[in-house]
Design a protein around this ligand. Structure first.
Ligand code: SF4
Ligand code: SF4
Length: 321
């Protein structure tokens, strides 16, 4: 795989600084029931990296100490971490909004038979990737049979109130298949709603249309196909300065399975650690953060950041504009 970091590091992306942290995004580990072609962390059933209980408890300490309002859980399949339910239950008890980045097929894995009921009872928001509403495209990207299982999972979640009831939000995520910016989020959401509703009777709360970042497997494919420069030029040409005010890193901290901190999930994939103001290098851990304040800290930026500010803008919560 081509490492795109050397192509991104020299940047003229504006300097940005942190505001108060509201969201913690936690990667609970790389174990997954799927092995998708495009997976940015190369997750799969054979990956053993998992956040341990001591680190999960540090996450809970940080939530309490920093008055965190939202906890965004990712992986791998975050639900396969043995401490997932402990973390969700404790965070919900504190009134924290919990988001589970769920691949949907996990609901049918052995040992996860009651997962949907658990998430519904806890009022966890489910954010599920459905890169297309066409079966062939989804199966090509995520594996044979994944579309069919995803549809069954969505029906099951609807039956539990997901997508219908405001305490059980069900959000779908779209990424373009190739080196293009995502279409307008509002129009695409209407298309998804019409297709999934008419064909399968499925309802959902909202659709997030995200831009592909020129990093990890997608970035590597761009390099292999000789499309990297063109894609970067497209992102730069579509840069909208007004999106900078809302990029997610200003109010989010991303944490890896070992407890190290990053300004966002993309920086985590690139190995660009969050470090103290005034330091060019170094890496901070949850334990360090408990002893210090990050407000005003400069954010580590590189050319991939144009992926967040291009066009309608892109973040974990969809378009910015
Ligand atoms: S479901 Fe997500 S984490 Fe799992 S292999 Fe696919 S992309 Fe990776
Ligand atoms: S890529 Fe990360 S650091 Fe850069 S603007 Fe987007 S969220 Fe912020």
């Amino acid at each position: 795989m081509h490492d795109t970091l050397p192509l991104l590091k020299a940047t003229d992306f504006p300097t940005i600084r942190r505001r108060a942290v509201q969201t913690l995004q936690i990667n609970l580990g790389y174990t997954c029931n799927q092995t998708c072609l495009h997976c940015h962390v190369n997750a799969g059933p054979n990956r053993k990296e998992q956040m341990d209980l001591a680190t999960v408890d540090l996450v809970l300490d940080a939530i309490a100490a920093k008055d965190i309002r939202a906890l965004d859980l990712t992986g791998g399949a975050p639900e396969l971490n043995p401490h997932f339910r402990h973390l969700v239950t404790k965070a919900r008890r504190r009134g924290v909004h919990v988001i589970d980045r769920c691949n949907l097929t996990i609901l049918f894995e052995p040992g996860q038979e009651d997962l949907a009921e658990f998430l519904a009872a806890q009022g966890v928001e489910i954010v599920a990737s459905l890169p297309c509403y066409l079966e062939d495209n989804v199966d090509r990207q995520r594996g044979a049979g994944v579309f069919d299982k995803s549809i069954r999972a969505l029906k099951r979640l609807n039956a539990l109130g997901y997508g219908r009831d405001e305490l059980r939000p069900l959000s779908l995520v779209f990424n373009p298949q190739g080196p293009a910016l995502p279409p307008g989020q509002i129009g695409l959401e209407a298309e998804y709603r019409r297709f999934l509703g008419e064909r399968f009777g499925i309802v959902f709360t909202r659709l997030y249309a995200l831009a592909n970042m020129p990093i990890a497997r997608f970035g590597s494919t761009l390099v292999s196909k000789g499309q990297f420069r063109d894609y970067m030029a497209r992102l730069r040409a579509a840069h909208r300065p007004e999106n900078i005010a809302e990029v997610m890193c200003r109010s989010l901290v991303s944490v890896d399975w070992q407890g190290f901190l990053y300004d966002c999930d993309f920086n985590q994939m690139l190995g660009l650690h969050l470090h103290e103001a005034g330091q060019k290098h170094g890496r901070l851990h949850l334990e360090d953060w408990l002893e210090m304040d990050l407000d005003g800290n400069p954010i580590v930026v590189a050319d991939h950041c144009f992926g967040c500010t291009a066009g309608q803008g892109s973040s974990c919560g969809g378009a910015l504009a």
